[in-house]
Design a protein around this ligand. Structure first.
Ligand code: ZN
Length: 125
């Protein structure tokens, strides 16, 4: 046993990137928990997948949220006015990164998504 549980690492990375877009709430946390527990079973069947599991958990969460009409993570870097998401690259490989699905630009490693700059229109409150 290594000290770092790869699935806890995956969970932390995904939660960090949800937080970067202001999406951490009890519901999304439970979505992450579900994806992590499914991948724990998967990993018990295929131990070599240990290097890929964080990227897979991220994609599982992304798919689950997309089914609920929640796009995550949203690309904030492009001038493209049409809202589009980031994708994990490689889909099945070590060292996963978020890349823009439109331009292919690497935005950040998984777990290191920069906080979205929220425009402060409510400042007059
Ligand atoms: Zn983009």
């Amino acid at each position: 046993m290594t000290s770092a549980d790869p699935l806890l690492v995956a969970r932390a990375r995904v939660l960090n990137d949800l937080a970067a877009q202001g999406l951490v709430d009890p519901h999304t946390v439970s979505v992450v928990e579900d994806c992590v527990s499914q991948r724990r079973w998967w990993l018990s069947q295929w131990e070599e997948g240990v290097g890929f599991v964080d990227g897979l958990v991220a994609q599982d969460v992304q798919d689950a949220l997309f089914d609920e009409a929640c796009r995550w993570p949203v690309c904030a870097d492009c001038p493209d006015p049409v809202e589009h998401s980031l994708a994990i690259d490689p889909e099945l490989g070590p060292d996963p990164h978020w890349v823009c699905s439109e331009s292919g630009t690497v935005v950040a490693p998984l777990g290191r998504l920069p906080c979205e700059q929220v425009s402060d229109d409510d400042e007059m409150l």
